[in-house]
Write a protein that binds this ligand. Structure first.
Ligand code: HEC
Length: 463
């Protein structure tokens, strides 16, 4: 564990009225359980991502000291966007007084208090965070994973059998072997489009990460979002939805990082539909494009402060709904800022201490208007020194763009729509043009060649 304590507890105590502090006698049932039930048990309960439950007095008492430490350092609840850089919905964050109460409770011997005052455990609907899905899809066959080896990228094709076109408001992903699944991308393709390669190597699905998410192709296809460790599924903002045409196959592209123990994965996916088509298409604007494929990422071994910068200027008035970041282990910091035509700046996303395991999507509390001419600047910083505790290589090795966890990539993605119907095409064209330019650059600087060689070398790559 990396606890990044910065004396927040002392600061928190200073914020409390002195009288409160002197008299504060927190008990589990009255003070601590409400905090934990509200902020921790979504993950810390049986069957969820966290390694232990925090439900009973005993559960919490047993880990009192570490709970005080990880809340003080704000390592828990996990939330990696800087608190005051953009305003996000559902921010996972304890208040300073809550942190101080936990600290006081632990230092006072963790009294239980009156059992009659114990709050009710929140009700979690049968496994699904978002309620009963409209469509539940399951991988047709389980996929066996070895105990060790390089990371595996595998695509699984699940027929939807949809008789009519649908619009997707959310996809909820439930992996069966949570410890090995690092992230998943969702997409659709024309029904049967992948039949030739699906299972061609004698195992369910097919290898590679290139076929969805990176290059669309294969008739009609499109992204349906993604999931990463610790991410909580959410609905798209009001009125937004992604297309899922009738007869499509759903494609689940998963990234497995092996754990030292054989595992079996058979994911289930819940899909939530909108009643009607959205007024505007949601466009993913990536800076740099294609996860930095054309950004020339080449981090020397030992380099502590390698930066990649990219900018774009919006060709039309837009409205931004959410931002997310993606990179691997050597990335340290990602920051996206918009500068409006009037010179004012608008924070979009700042992840000061990037952690590969927490690739959340950050939805703005209120949609952000970014008018035509707004410049979006993104700065990515990588630390490839031995002092970076997340560096996968000891000693550090030169790191270039690639899909293995030991390679790097990086970008910030802003989900937006054109503010005016007539501008939709211009916004989409900008994204397509940036993608083409990134591919051309990656071809020129050898990234494409390295990528293809990696693909060919992987057993069961399929294509
Ligand atoms: C979004 C899911 C999520 C929420 C919410 C959450 N946790 Fe965690 N927690 C995890 C996961 C996953 C781990 C294990 C991986 C890790 O340490 O990052 C973890 C680990 C921990 C650990 C062990 C740290 C260590 O390294 O030994 C403690 C203690 C903890 N959480 C306490 C809490 C407390 C207290 C809260 C609420 C204030 C909370 N967590 C909220 C997901 C969550």
């Amino acid at each position: 564990m990396s606890i990044r304590g910065i004396g927040l507890c002392v600061a928190a105590a200073a914020l409390l009225p002195a009288a409160d502090l002197a008299t504060q006698k927190p008990t589990f049932t009255e003070t601590i359980a409400p905090i934990v039930y509200r902020n921790c048990v979504t993950c810390h309960r049986p069957g969820e991502a966290a390694p232990f439950s925090l439900i009973t007095y005993e559960d919490v008492k047993k880990r009192g000291a570490i709970i005080a430490a990880v809340t003080k350092s704000r390592y828990m609840p996990p939330w990696h966007a800087a608190h005051d850089y953009g305003e996000f919905a559902d921010e996972r964050r304890l208040s300073d007084p809550q942190i101080a109460s936990i600290a006081a409770w632990v230092s006072q011997g963790m009294p239980q208090g009156d059992p009659a005052k114990m709050p009710k455990l929140p009700q979690f609907p049968e496994g699904w965070h978002l309620g009963t899905p409209d469509l539940v899809l399951e991988m047709p066959a389980a996929f066996g994973l070895p105990a060790s080896g390089p990371d595996i990228y595998r695509n699984f094709v699940i027929p939807t059998h949809l008789a009519e076109d649908k619009w997707v408001r959310a996809v909820e992903f439930r992996p069966s072997a949570r410890k090995v699944v690092h992230h998943a991308l969702f997409a659709y393709v024309d029904g049967g489009a992948l039949a030739k390669i699906d299972g061609a190597d004698g195992r369910p699905g097919f290898g590679g990460m290139g076929s969805i998410g990176v290059s669309p192709g294969r008739g009609s296809s499109g992204s349906l979002g993604g999931w990463a460790v610790g991410a909580t599924p959410v609905f798209l903002a009001q009125g937004l939805a992604l297309p899922l045409p009738k007869g499509s196959d759903f494609v689940l592209q998963m990234h497995f990082h092996l754990t030292g123990k054989p595992e079996t994965e058979k994911s289930v996916v819940g899909i939530y539909f909108a009643d009607h088509a959205p007024e505007r298409r949601l466009v993913a604007v990536q800076v740099p494009a294609l996860f930095g494929f054309g950004a020339g990422i080449d981090v020397p071994a030992g380099e502590k402060n390698y930066t990649v910068e990219d900018s774009l200027t919006l060709p039309v008035d837009t409205i931004a709904y959410a931002a997310s970041a993606h990179a691997h282990y050597v990335a340290k910091e990602m920051k996206a800022t918009a500068t409006l035509p009037d010179g004012t700046t608008q924070p979009l996303l700042w992840i000061p201490d990037w952690d590969f395991n927490w690739q959340d999507r950050y939805t703005y509390k209120a949609a952000v208007a970014l008018p035509k001419g707004t410049r979006i600047d993104v700065r990515l910083r990588y630390d490839n020194s031995a002092e970076n505790p997340r560096n996968p290589s000891t000693p550090p090795k030169r790191v270039q763009w690639g899909e293995q966890s030991f390679d790097e990539m990086g970008s910030v993605t802003v989900q937006m729509v054109a503010a005016h119907q007539e501008d939709e095409a211009a916004l989409q064209q900008m994204v397509a043009q940036r993608t083409r330019a990134a591919i051309a650059k990656g071809v020129q600087d050898g990234t494409a060649r390295r990528y293809q060689a990696q693909q060919a070398a992987r057993p069961g790559a399929g294509q």
